[in-house]
Design a binder for this molecule. Structure first.
Ligand code: HEC
Ligand SMILES: [Cu+2]
Length: 502
């Protein structure tokens, strides 16, 4: 009890800055402010701070643990609060090194859990960030209007788009729910639209989960839409309304949102869809442009490339209402479609050069940001892991079939090629209002886009479909197979002779 009172007083005095000389010895406020950028992925501070993945940290030094109004703390922090824990400088120093281990010790409970999956190992960095936290004033006055803008300085007024006032202008339109399927497959759809524009409902549930990247068992805690990498393909027609419901289950640890390149305004939806664990959001946008597009999570700052390089990228195909066309405006149809998502990963290594493993989403944040800034990926793969599209997972087709390949890369340029085949028609940028290129050998997919290529298979056999940076294909994983059945055509190719030199 005595200790409790003293630490409260010390913390209080420190918080108001009376013994600031001691603060200077311990940690550097300016350095701490920079380090806080890492914390800002989950915590906000300052005047309009609101609870996000983690609670508001204004005035946290000297505050009872688990006490910020309106934040849903985990059971561990709640128990610590009941036990009288006050966030003194010393306690924070231990907490930041490993929140989970800290709670296990403090509560003397081996099963105690912390919702904060982030660790700051470096002692000086911990002192610095605590020094910075000490400069922050107490809790902000709650300002609900200001608190709603979660993403940059978008001019979006949250009341403008709110549904519920008056009649819904889309009441007359047919509503359909699209059941999304696992890549490399496409959901059921018509190539030529039937009837007028519809409202197409899709549901994306964010799953943070362990994910193995290769045959060596290299593992990350992936961030996914619906549990797959890439995220599922959505297919609609130009003029349709797309209603995306994004669910972030309470068991997750991070905030997520969605930026759809097919949408117009509010950062593609990212500005108005950020959801914390335990929340969901529904966004409706009109698909005004025909093409193949990327969608991805885009929380803020470093968190955007962090989430994108943890698997949160997918594609939406917006078909022209009357289907695909060649360069002369003649209809083109496909017999099958495959959706190839290319993702690159930057798995951090330990002192021995071995890949590190982490237990929970966000735990690798610091290491991963360092590693992704090298721009040297450790893995470049199709469908989330090395070999996902070979062997049992190989794509299949028959001689004479037209196959539409969508190729998505959320972050980095790539160059698909079919070894032994071509791109008969290629919409390199994904735009269907521009005429397709014809008879391409290799096509270019800009990082941040989805392109489309149509090819009629004319010979049976196993084709490699790969990123024609062959180092990335062979050494890092960016390769798949297409197994094609049918009759061999000697006119197109014949082995005339092979054997000893004649
Ligand atoms: C990946 C998200 C994430 C990051 C990054 C993160 N935190 Fe947290 N933090 C949380 C969550 C979630 C909680 C709530 C813990 C619980 O309830 O178990 C929390 C709780 C806290 C608390 C306890 C607050 C209270 O009211 O009891 C402090 C202090 C804290 N974090 C400081 C920091 C600092 C400082 C950093 C940066 C060095 C940081 N956090 C980085 C998610 C994060
Ligand atoms: Cu995300």
């Amino acid at each position: 009890m005595k200790e409790f009172v003293i630490s409260t007083i010390v913390a209080f005095v420190t918080a108001v800055g009376v013994i600031s000389s001691a603060t200077a010895q311990e940690g550097n406020v300016e350095a701490g402010k920079k380090i806080f950028r890492k914390c800002a992925a989950c915590h906000s501070v300052g005047e309009n701070a609101k609870n996000r993945v983690g609670p508001v940290l204004n005035g946290v030094v000297g505050r009872p643990a688990g006490s910020f109004a309106g934040y849903k703390y985990g059971t561990g922090v709640q128990a610590a609060n009941a036990k009288g824990l006050i966030w003194s400088r010393e306690e924070l120093f231990k907490w930041l090194a490993s929140p989970r281990n800290y709670l296990r010790d403090y509560l003397d409970d081996r099963k105690a859990k912390a919702k904060m999956a982030f660790r700051l190992k470096d002692e000086q960095q911990r002192r610095d960030v605590i020094a910075y936290l000490e400069t922050l004033d107490g809790p902000p006055v709650s300002d609900e209007k200001a608190a709603d803008i979660t993403h940059g300085n978008t001019p979006f007024n949250p009341t403008m788009g709110s549904v519920g006032s008056g009649a819904d202008p889309l009441d007359g339109l047919e509503r359909v729910r699209q059941e999304l399927v696992l890549p490399p497959f496409a959901p059921k759809h018509n190539q030529v639209a039937k009837g007028g524009p519809k409202v197409v409902e899709v549901e994306l549930v964010v799953e943070e989960k362990k994910w193995v990247l290769d045959g060596d068992g290299t593992e990350i805690v992936a961030l996914t839409f619906n549990g797959s990498i890439p995220a599922p393909l959505i297919v609609v027609h130009e003029g349709d309304y797309v209603e995306v419901t994004l669910i972030n289950p309470a068991t997750n640890l991070m905030e997520h949102n969605i930026d759809l390149h097919a949408a117009t305004g509010a950062l593609g939806g990212a500005a108005i869809t950020t959801v914390s664990p335990g929340e969901q959001t529904t966004l409706r946008f009109k698909a005004t442009k025909a093409g193949a597009f990327l969608y991805h999570c885009a929380p803020e700052g470093s968190m955007t490339p962090y989430h994108v390089t943890h698997g949160m990228t997918g594609s939406i195909l917006v078909l022209p209402r009357d289907g695909l066309k060649d360069d002369k405006g003649q209809s083109l149809t496909y017999d099958r479609m495959y959706y190839v998502g290319e993702n690159e990963f930057y798995v951090p290594r330990d002192e021995n050069g071995d890949f590190k493993k982490y237990e929970a989403a966000g735990e690798d944040l610091d290491d991963w940001i360092q590693s992704m800034k090298t721009l040297i990926p450790t893995h470049v793969v199709f469908n989330g892991r090395v070999g996902a599209l070979t062997g049992k997972g190989a794509m299949k087709a028959k001689v004479g079939e037209n196959v539409l390949f969508l190729h998505m890369q959320g972050n980095r340029d790539t160059r698909p090629h079919i070894i032994g085949g071509h791109g008969d028609y290629v919409w390199e940028t994904g735009s269907f209002s521009s005429p397709p290129l014809k008879d391409q050998e290799t096509w270019f997919i800009r990082g941040g886009s989805t392109g489309a290529a149509l090819y009629k298979f004319r010979q049976p056999g196993v084709y490699a479909y790969l990123n024609h940076n062959l180092i990335e294909a062979v050494e890092l994983g960016a390769a798949g197979h297409v197994v094609v059945e049918g009759e061999w055509n000697d006119d197109l190719m014949k082995q005339v002779y092979i054997g000893p030199i004649k």
